[in-house]
Design a protein around this ligand. Structure first.
Ligand SMILES: Cc1cc2nc3c(=O)[nH]c(=O)nc-3n(C[C@H](O)[C@H](O)[C@H](O)COP(=O)(O)O)c2cc1C
Length: 202
């Protein structure tokens, strides 16, 4: 039996990310869980931000932001950036984080994050509690530690954090399958198994 719950944002697990904004000299970070991918080509994402947040006006005026993915090593800094306001404190300084120049935006990347996603706003939708900034992804940076010689990403090794109804969880890096594995041909299964064994031996 299921218990009926009042309608609410119970989708889980969600990513929780650190969004950097402003410039290299005047920057801020806020934590955002209301984010996701909304289009592949052009690559598009969104963040939903309450108008009262200090970052809201910075993002709206500059028309850009950077999504920085959060590994377990940054979970405390991420939580801090989600409870303290840039009105009162420099969160880069307070958490010992490093600003890095982006390629297509003025907003700084967070150097300690393994993946930085530069975004330019295309549309803003005022939804109620939050404004949704829909944005094109204009550049992506991935720490070379997580890219193999064929250019494949090892997201399992990044130790990323998931957000589930108020709590932060570590993703256990146990691969359960991959896109399309339920219908793959035996020949492909054999090749994949050989590749996996090779990776393990390394
Ligand atoms: C895990 C977590 C997720 C959050 N997600 C959002 C979000 O999606 N949208 C939002 O407006 N605020 C969100 N917040 C709250 C802001 O990050 C928080 O109010 C922050 O202090 C705003 O910083 P600012 O005033 O410097 O902009 C979240 C906070 C936490 C801890």
């Amino acid at each position: 039996m299921k218990i009926k719950s009042k309608p609410g944002p119970l989708l889980a697990p969600l990513p929780t990310v650190m969004v950097s904004c402003g410039t290299m000299y005047e920057s801020n970070i806020l934590t955002v869980a209301w984010t996701g991918i909304i289009n592949t080509n052009p690559p598009m994402t969104y963040i939903s931000v309450q108008p009262k947040r200090h970052s809201h006006d910075i993002i709206e005026k500059s028309g850009e932001f950077v999504i920085n993915l959060v590994p377990a090593s940054l979970v405390k800094a991420m939580d801090f950036c989600g409870v303290k306001s840039g009105r009162d404190i420099d969160k880069f300084e307070a958490q010992g984080l490093t600003r890095e120049q982006g390629d297509t935006v003025e907003a700084p990347l967070i150097a300690e994050s393994p993946v930085n996603i530069e975004c330019k706003i295309k549309d803003t939708v005022r939804l109620g509690s939050h404004d949704m900034f829909m944005a094109e992804i204009t550049a992506v940076h991935v720490d070379e530690k997580y890219v193999d010689e064929n250019g494949a990403y090892d997201f399992g090794a990044m130790d990323l954090v998931a957000f589930t109804h108020g709590k932060y969880y570590r993703l256990v890096p146990e691969e359960l399958g991959f896109f399309g594995f339920s219908v793959m041909k035996p020949k492909t299964a054999k090749r994949k198994a050989a590749e996996k064994a090779k990776r393990k031996r390394r």
